[in-house]
Structure formats: structure tokens, C-alpha cells
Design a binder for this molecule. Structure first.
Ligand code: GLU
Ligand code: ZN
Length: 313
């Protein structure tokens, strides 16, 4: 079967070393055997989108030596597509209008959820039907659309193996359309991956909890899901996910400091178990060495010493 992978940067900020590692894995996974790679700019999260960040992300990818086929797909240009998917879900009563605020959901939840996913939605508005939206709109009450979760599809992750997260406990009914009138990530990503013919999704394992939601949407919309591979993230020396507190690891900063892309790619290739030492290498030279299974099943700790080793001080 022909493989189509994708690179899906969010232009909400600059791309950093952690993003680079995931893109490298996604690109290497799709490219052998003549696979296709698409680029999608996930810019529907509008309040957080930074001007120029989409171009910057494309430049960062090119700098890394990664390429893609066809024109980039830009989510803000595809709103009608997401709206028609929502209409389909409404018609089939698979979603309902929810007027709860974040504070309502938090107050009604029995226990706050451990991770960043937030509390489980208690189903306060689940008694509504999609027709109730007209009345709410007439009253001027803002509402989001939530998907009715009846079960939680297990899936076999190509990297992480069998996954059995229960969406009924892990978030419950989830938002597919925000009260601001824009699609939520979960809906947009499913509509896009299906429309773009994506057959494999390779992304950071922080998105494992999103996958059961996306599988529910594939099923509800009668679409075929891709294969999923969730790979460990890059963390700082404190074990926390790479962020500003770890100093500047933006690719733009590395570039400005004169770091060669091959030096970074070499470091990442070594971190993924494809090379015995972090010697410089071009992304395309890694194609024969690529093995998803070689990647260690734990986060990669990016130390100041490793950054110094690639000439970033
Ligand atoms: N745009 C998301 C990110 O940059 C990736 C979403 C996905 O791969 O499904 O984190
Ligand atoms: Zn509600």
C-alpha cells in the first residue's frame, strides 16, 4: 500500500528541537519505498497563532533537510470542510450543544484529572439534541458542540503497542466545535488526515490520549483511520517537556548561532538509536538506517552538554 505521512506544525510558536525530532521520525517513516509526505499548517487555534510562524515552520523543516509533496494545506482555508463534518454529526445526533464554562466543568467533576487533559466532562448538557442549538442561539447563549462518547476504541500503536485508554473516564464527551465558532483540533485533524489521504500519523506521545477521540470521529464520519505511531518527546534535564524554561532551543536560534542542520540531525539520529555516535549526518542519509523500533521507549533528555556538542552555546 502507498504510504502517505504528514508534518503538521502548529504555528502557535517557534519550532524547537523537540518538534524537529518528531518531524524527522515522521518524514523518515513515510519516505522509504516512495512514500508521500504532506505539510499541514495547523493554524485554527487563532488566538495563539503567531504572525509569520507558518513560514518559519516551513523554513525550519527545509533547514532540517525535510521536504514534502504538493502545496501546504492550511487549516484556516478549510473551514467549510470542517463545518460540513459538524453538520453530519449534528444530523446524526452524535453531538450536542454544551453551554458549560470551563469553571462549570471543573466544579462538577468528581476529581481533577491527573494530566493536562483537564477534568472529565460530567455530561451536564447531554440531554440536549442538536435542535436545541437554535433556541440557545436565539437567546444569545454561547455554546460549544460536544461529541457523545459511548465507548472507547482500543488501538495498536506502531511504536507504543496496544493502547486501552478509556475516553469515558479520560475526558468523556469532548468538544469538536468551540463556542468561538471554530473547529476543535480533534475534528480538524480527522477531517484533514482523511481528506489528504494520510495513511500513517507519526507524532509525539503527548497526543496518545487524543487518539481514541479521533478514532471515534473516524467511525462516526464513516472514514478510514490511518495507522498511528506515537513517539517519546524530548525533555529537559529536569525531566519536563522541552519549553522556554530550558533555555532557547528554537530551531531559529540554533540556525542563528550557526549550528549546521547535519549536526542537529546527527544528534537526533543518535538519540533515536539509528547511529552509534552523534556525528553529523543529513536527513536523507538516514533513510536506510531508519527503524521505528530502535527509538528508546522513554523521553530523550536534551542536556546543555549535548547542545554544546553541536556547537550551540
Ligand atoms: N499540530 C500538532 C502539534 O504541532 C500536531 C497534531 C498531530 O500531529 O495530530 O503539536
Ligand atoms: Zn455542558
Amino acid at each position: 500500500m502507498h504510504t502517505t505521512g504528514r508534518l503538521a506544525p502548529s504555528p502557535t510558536g517557534a519550532q524547537h528541537v523537540g518538534n524537529a525530532r518528531t518531524y524527522l521520525v515522521a518524514w523518515l517513516s513515510a519516505r522509504p519505498r516512495g512514500g508521500t509526505v504532506r505539510l499541514r499548517i495547523e493554524d485554527i487555534d487563532s488566538p495563539r497563532v503567531k504572525a509569520g510562524a507558518a513560514e518559519q515552520a516551513a523554513d525550519d523543516l527545509r533547514w532540517l533537510g525535510l521536504d514534502w509533496d504538493g502545496d501546504p494545506v492550511v487549516q484556516t482555508e478549510r473551514l467549510p470542510l470542517y463545518a460540513s463534518a459538524l453538520d453530519e454529526l449534528k444530523r446524526r445526533e452524535l453531538v450536542y450543544p454544551c453551554t458549560c464554562t470551563r469553571a462549570d466543568v471543573a466544579a462538577a467533576a468528581s476529581a481533577p484529572h491527573a494530566d493536562h487533559e483537564g477534568p472529565t466532562y460530567p455530561g451536564t448538557c447531554a440531554g440536549r439534541t442538536s435542535a436545541d442549538a437554535d433556541r440557545l442561539a436565539a437567546e444569545g447563549r454561547p455554546f460549544a458542540w460536544r461529541f457523545r462518547v459511548t465507548d472507547s476504541p482500543p488501538f495498536t500503536d506502531r511504536f507504543a503497542g496496544e493502547q486501552r485508554l478509556d475516553q469515558r473516564e479520560l475526558g468523556g464527551d469532548f468538544v469538536v466545535w468551540k463556542s468561538a465558532g471554530t473547529p476543535a483540533y480533534q475534528l480538524a485533524v480527522v477531517v484533514d488526515d482523511a481528506a489528504m489521504g494520510v495513511t500513517e500519523v507519526v507524532r509525539g506521545d503527548d497526543l496518545v490520549p487524543s487518539t481514541p477521540r479521533q478514532l471515534l470521529l473516524y467511525r462516526a464520519l464513516g472514514l478510514t483511520p490511518p495507522a498511528f505511531a506515537h513517539v517519546p518527546l524530548v525533555v529537559g534535564e529536569d525531566g519536563r517537556r522541552l519549553a522556554k524554561r530550558h533555555g532557547d532551543t528554537r530551531l531559529a536560534a540554533l540556525r542563528a548561532a550557526g549550528v549546521r542542520p547535519e549536526a542537529l540531525v546527527g544528534l537526533l539520529a543518535w538519540s533515536c538509536g539509528w547511529r552509534p555516535t552523534p556525528e553529523p549526518v543529513a536527513a536523507r542519509e538516514l533513510l536506510p538506517a531508519f527503524r521505528l523500533e530502535a527509538i528508546p521507549p522513554r523521553p530523550f533528555v536534551l542536556t546543555a552538554e549535548l547542545l554544546r556538542g553541536i556547537g550551540f552555546t
